[in-house]
Design a protein around this ligand. Structure first.
Ligand code: SF4
Length: 730
């Protein structure tokens, strides 16, 4: 029975898996005991991966051949790969010639492999000359990127999973990791069981399963994170719990922050955050001193922060991230075993995408599009004359530009914006108005494939090969256990084949930029990887020492791995030097601002959204398995018991939820962990799974009919975690 080591394609924990197959079909999966991320464990999603790859699902759900629609009114027809690629390349070249390169837009995914990302980034920014390449990581991690860069100088999570075992205090903020990152949460539970003195603080508007483990639960009001963090620093300063030697030796900009947090008194924060002042004092003390130690009983114990979308998906996303990192810098809780800020990535390879510059404002190897020197370096690496200086459009901006008619062609790979983007009415207008919509997908029937002029079948988990990077900077191999069904091709392969068709049309008589030998997939992926590797030379994420062979022989490694290094780097900034011009970390002083769409008399409820334990994103994969619906079988709006009573609602009643973006009708359920006037609806359901009717005959729709496109001005990440709505009994 052949066995293949690979990586789980779901969340950013990045668990290693061993795929069992009969050489043709995947027959089983189990955790890889040698993978450092999970040590052999898998959660419900990971342990059922093989069932989602069963032939019955493959035949029913997979896109098996290229399809082309000759006009929008007719059904897509099967065509050959050559015909499909010739057609879309010709139409893209025509749009490029008639309207300029910025009439093209690429929207990719944190589920692509690093090699996929690399090829498409080079294709858009190097070959076509447009920076309109963004990904669904914009909805997920761009605030973490901006927060790290604003404070530490580079998009580099300093801590690692082992720090969970070593911390004296853990601050879990805006993350239901018990459901969203289950295997990592097992490690938190074990650390607590081993060390009852470990203090766990959980800050989240909802009392989730993660909060059940907390020694101190902070049910802060939505959008009050910056005020919470500023008030903790205010208390630390007042009580003398900051690490003044660290501040003086390793940071800059503290005076401005100190002045700013002077106003963030515990009383003011208590009113804005909805938290008792004594809890603020307790949190400040535990966080600064790494648990219950007093300042006199030095040394401090280490504090680790774990955080996710509650901070990121906010109109203040960058300020949220930076204000939390400020606390680590002010207390010297960084660069030491058990200490530091560690953002959790939602998707399996959001990190890899960031590494190759897979956002509209980034370039290869953590370079910035806005930096002329960085553009020149990348132009040289790629062998092109120039990288355009025009800023690319971020996810929301790209779809708004398509809805306005500025972007004429959208190329969408491995993601489902017609379900997962906020303000669905705008996104669907964009998909209808674009002259050309190409969707590169493993699955046939997503909300987005319904809009495609051309559908290109892609490989998926168990068939793909390349690399991914998890939340702790660990690069793992993804390997193919079986060949893809039908005519599916690897995403990077599709990118290269498109690029080679475009080159004579947009860059005639020049040598190819995509000269990889495609005769062997493994060798081609390695060649792309080597090009990416070389682009990291001398950068903060330098992996010039990490060859394909080393990955094969030594297994997953954490970047950086500079040339000559025997292994990866577990922790960053251990010498107190940061990736800034003067080597000092920078305090980022940003004032607290309220949520973008505030409650009012007509819209008196706050709507929050997030993941369920057993479903993944738009459910294209997990939605195939009946057993994964045993946990939660249908979308239900969770409502506080008092609001249920006031509106005379009973579990299962239908309600009409609406705001300026849209309206949905769905059943309600009494929500146990909510505060009054707060609602919660899982993100997974959209039009595809609700195209039928509920038991009461009403048509249903997903939460993104209601979410806002308002975004953080620095990270451009939309505020998916809060929007004001009105709620009426249907
Ligand atoms: Fe996969 Fe995440 Fe579960 Fe690990 S924790 S098995 S990576 S979904």
């Amino acid at each position: 029975m052949p066995e293949t080591r690979s990586t789980c394609p779901y969340c950013g924990v990045g668990c290693g898996v061993i795929i069992e197959s009969d050489g043709v079909q995947i027959t089983g999966v189990r955790g890889d005991p040698d993978h450092p991320a999970n040590g052999g464990r898998l959660c419900t999603k990971g342990s059922t991966l093989h069932l989602t790859a069963a032939p019955v699902h493959a035949q029913q759900s997979r896109l098996l051949q290229p399809l082309r629609r000759f006009d929008r009114a007719s059904a897509p027809q099967p065509v050959s790969w050559d015909a499909a690629l010739d057609d879309v390349a010709g139409r893209m070249a025509q749009i490029h010639a008639n309207h300029g390169p910025d009439a093209l837009g690429f929207y990719l995914s944190g589920q692509l492999l690093t090699e996929d990302y690399y090829v498409f980034n080079k294709l858009a920014k190097g070959l076509l000359g447009t920076n309109n390449l963004d990904t669904n990581s914009r909805l997920c991690m761009s605030s973490a990127v901006a927060g790290y860069k604003a404070t530490l100088g580079a998009d580099a999570p300093p801590a690692c999973y082992e720090d969970i075992d070593l911390a004296g205090c853990m601050f879990i903020v805006g993350s239901n990791m018990a459901w969203a990152h289950p295997i990592l949460f097992r490690r938190v539970e074990e650390a607590k069981a081993r060390n009852p003195a470990l203090k766990i603080i959980v800050a989240d508007p909802r009392k989730t399963e993660t909060a059940e483990l907390a020694d101190l639960y902070l049910p802060l009001l939505p959008g009050s994170d910056v005020m919470l963090f500023h008030s903790l620093l205010h208390i630390m300063l007042w009580e003398g719990w900051t690490d003044n030697a660290f501040i003086v030796q390793h940071t800059s900009g503290f005076a401005a922050l100190k002045e700013l947090v002077r106003e963030a008194t515990p009383e003011k924060a208590s009113a804005i955050c909805g938290l008792p002042t004594e809890d603020l004092y307790k949190a400040a003390r535990w966080m600064a001193l790494g648990g219950a130690h007093s300042a006199d009983s030095a040394p401090r114990q280490p504090t680790l922060s774990l955080y996710c979308q509650g901070l990121n998906q906010s109109a203040s996303g960058t300020a949220n991230n930076a204000a939390l990192i400020n606390l680590h810098l002010a207390t010297g809780q960084i660069g030491k075993p058990g200490a530091g800020p560690l953002s959790l990535t939602g998707q399996p390879n959001a990190m890899g995408g960031r590494e190759v510059g897979g956002l509209s404002n980034l370039l290869s190897a953590h370079r910035d599009m806005a930096n002329p020197l960085h553009r020149e370096e990348v132009a040289q690496l790629w062998g092109v004359e120039t990288i355009p200086s025009t800023p690319g459009k971020s996810a929301i901006e790209m779809f708004e530009a398509a809805a306005d008619g500025q972007i004429k062609a959208l190329w969408i790979a491995c993601t489902n914006p017609a379900q997962s983007m906020p303000d669905q009415a705008m996104v669907r207008r964009a998909l209808e108005r674009a002259e050309l919509v190409v969707v590169q997908e493993a699955f046939a029937a997503t909300e987005t494939t319904a809009y495609a002029d051309c559908l290109l079948p892609a490989t998926t988990w168990g068939e793909k090969l390349g690399t991914v990077t998890n939340s702790e900077r660990r690069i793992s191999r993804v390997r193919a256990a079986v060949t893809a069904p039908g005519l599916a091709r690897h995403d990077w392969q599709i990118g290269v084949q498109l690029a080679r068709r475009l080159e004579p049309l947009v860059r005639p008589r020049k040598p190819s930029l995509f000269g990889y030998d495609m005769s062997r997939a493994e060798a081609a992926a390695e060649a792309i990887w080597n090009e990416h590797r070389e682009s990291t030379r001398g950068r903060d994420l330098d992996i010039t020492g990490l060859s394909w062979q080393m990955l094969e022989e030594k297994g997953p490694q954490q970047w950086p791995v500079p040339s000559g290094a025997a292994q990866g780097t577990q922790r960053l900034y251990t010498d107190g030097r940061f990736v800034t011009d003067d080597g000092r970390a920078r305090f980022d002083a940003q004032p607290w601002k309220p949520v973008a769409v505030q409650r009012d008399a007509r819209h008196p409820f706050s709507l929050n959204t997030g993941r369920l334990r057993d479903q993944w994103h738009g459910m294209t994969r997990t939605g195939q398995l009946g057993r994964l619906f045993a946990h939660v079988s249908e979308p239900q709006l969770q409502v506080h018991p008092q609001d249920m009573q006031r509106l005379q609602l009973r579990d299962g009643d239908l309600v009409h939820v609406s705001n300026r973006y849209g309206a949905i009708v769905l059943p309600v359920q009494t929500g146990s962990g909510l505060q009054p006037a707060q609602l919660y609806l899982p993100m997974h359901w959209g039009g595809m799974y609700l195209s039928g009717r509920s038991s009461k005959g009403q048509r249903l729709a997903g939460v993104n009919a209601l979410t806002t496109p308002e975004f953080c001005p620095r990270s451009k990440q939309p505020e998916l975690k809060h929007v004001a709505v009105r709620l009426l009994k249907a």
